[in-house]
Design a protein around this ligand. Sequence first.
Ligand SMILES: *Cc1c(COP(=O)(O)O)cnc(C)c1O
Length: 384
Amino acid sequence: MKKNKNVNYTCVHAGELKDTIYGGATAPIYTSTTYDYRGPGTNLYPRYFNTPNQVALAQKISALEQTEASLIFGSGMAAISAVFMAFLKSGDHVIMQRAIYGGTSHFAAAEFERVGITYTMLEHINEDTMKQALQDNTKMLYIETPSNPLLEITDIEKVSAFAKANSLITAIDNTFASPINQNPASLGIDLVIHSATKYLGGHSDICAGTVSGTQKHMEYLWKTAKNYGGSLSDVTVHLLERSIKTLALRVKQQSKTALKLARFLEKHPDMKKVNYPGLKSHPNHQIAKKQMYAYGGMMSFELKSHIDHNDFLEELKVIKPALSLAGVESTILSPALTSHSLMTAEERAQQGISDRLLRFSVGIEELNILVDDLEQALEKSRKR
Ligand SMILES: *Cc1c(COP(=O)(O)O)cnc(C)c1O
């Protein structure tokens, strides 16, 4: 694992598309969907992932994830589904972590059977469980760490080593960590996926996805991805490129504030439990420390029963109840009522997702502002 010491430089300058005509400081945006077939743009087409802005942004993502190549997609799910459909075929089996993004587990449940792919979901990923789940036709291992909403940590190096020993391809959803806090390719993972809708975009106004890996793997992925047609429009590519210039600044600030907030909340008399990989009390804190540069801006907590859960959400003034995450603004949600509402109460309980759990996405606001907001909301929602 080698941390990029000049990560702000990488965010701003990697894959820079120069304005060679006017010398402008920012990249020109090429929105053409058609180019002169006799000219230098022969065969450029947005759905082929090869327009100037798409290629430049892919280089920036690759530099951040320390991989040879990347592809940019129209959403996180477009990236995830392309990975499954490119690297798996009828008759194959995939081992997946249970605690993954809801859309991903839904994709497996809704789409795999129809195309003849089977899968095993693992509650905990370790050598024993992976060995048990391994079949002759297993082709892929798919993980997500830190996970949503409990911030569970999977040991990336152990997964890579097991996969290599058994000739499996590995994919990780690296969305929660962002490339600023975790570079799974440097720990042996083959395919690194992001919902760029989250930290990479960072302003809650872009829907996009990315996949990074070796040149060979990306060329293989491209052959399928261009058939499914999930590329990102060049105008949004431009917005994403602009957002990533401040990615490290944002994520470092969010991670710093989140660690302090988690330590504050852990000691708070109104809190039953705080889940944050940066806390010493986190069951896999040592693994997180080994594989992450910082612990990120996501956490979850459970309020004690003397706090009215709904009143608490009503009383927050700065922190917004909202479905998505990783924007510059702090947001909060109840997984039981939103992301995990399709599960039964028993299924949620089995996975440790209490109805009183709240997932908190820490924004770039100052620590004291967030502490004050939480304190005043707790005060007003105490049952009397
Ligand atoms: C949001 C999210 C996705 C899906 O991304 P979309 O851009 O909504 O398609 C995948 N994984 C994680 C961890 C996410 O948070």
